[in-house]
Design a protein around this ligand. Structure first.
Ligand SMILES: Nc1ncnc2c1ncn2[C@@H]1O[C@H](COP(=O)(O)OP(=O)(O)OP(=O)(O)O)[C@@H](O)[C@H]1O
Ligand SMILES: [Mg+2]
Length: 216
């Protein structure tokens, strides 16, 4: 499904990711861990095609990334960033964004179901996002990212601003996707979480793949 072959990423000759190779199978759930500043977000941004490696290559479905259009990769490989980025004014503006990109109709029922599932069932799609709390905004971005089932879902500490109950709800939604074949790479600092459902844990340290641990 995904293959990283000897990828390096440098900024101003400063190496951030160093000669990293990794193969990920379809439907696999991987916990990405490691110290702050070790290169975890950079690794996910490389896989999301938001940045390109300075050396090495990435493969999706056995084809190098550059045979795909950026739009094609963007819809198949979905990245949920560490920072909260909301668009427009209302919840609907955000949840309809993935369908707009795909030139598809906006499935309001799915949007309502997802709002419910992330614990925002008391909100209307027409409600404004500016007035929501940090954790609520984060849940809007999560719902937005889950409107369509991606082949690969990349999560950068997606539940960091959520309380326990809502984290569990979001985790459930994400692992429902895994059960249906989505591949997940999830950056987490939560050791309990990383052992609960994941197939494998990878530890990134100083930009290298320091250790891999098979779980379950
Ligand atoms: N655009 C950039 N310009 C300069 N340095 C960068 C840039 N992006 C990342 N870095 C540096 O690369 C290193 C790895 O950053 P990265 O965000 O990947 O770490 P991380 O493992 O996700 O950390 P955290 O757990 O704190 O989120 C850091 O030293 C960071 O300062
Ligand atoms: Mg990070």
């Amino acid at each position: 499904m995904l293959e990283l072959k000897n990828i390096s990423y440098e900024i101003d000759k400063h190496p951030i990711i160093r000669d990293l190779s990794m193969t990920v199978q379809k439907g696999e759930a991987i916990a990405v861990t490691g110290p702050s500043g070790s290169g975890k977000s950079t690794l996910l941004r490389l896989i999301a095609d938001l940045i390109s490696p300075t050396k090495g290559a990435l493969y999706f479905d056995r084809q190098p990334y550059d045979v795909y259009t950026p739009e094609e990769l963007r819809t198949r490989v979905s990245y949920l960033s560490q920072s909260i980025a909301l668009f427009g004014e209302t919840i609907a503006d955000n949840l309809s964004f993935p369908s707009t990109v795909r030139k598809d109709h906006f499935d309001k029922q799915r949007a309502q179901e997802l709002l419910e599932a992330v614990g925002l069932g008391h909100y209307q799609l027409s409600d404004h996002v500016q007035r929501m709390s940090g954790g609520e905004k984060q849940r809007v971005t999560i719902a937005r990212q889950l409107m369509y089932q991606p082949d690969v879902l990349l999560l950068d500490e997606a539940t960091s601003a959520l309380d326990h109950q809502n984290s569990m709800r979001v985790e459930q939604l994400i692992f429902d996707f895994v059960a249906k074949g989505t591949t997940v790479l999830w950056i987490t600092h939560d050791d309990e979480q990383s052992h609960r459902h994941f197939d494998r844990q990878v530890v990134i340290k100083d930009g290298i793949l320091h250790k891999e641990v098979a779980l379950t």
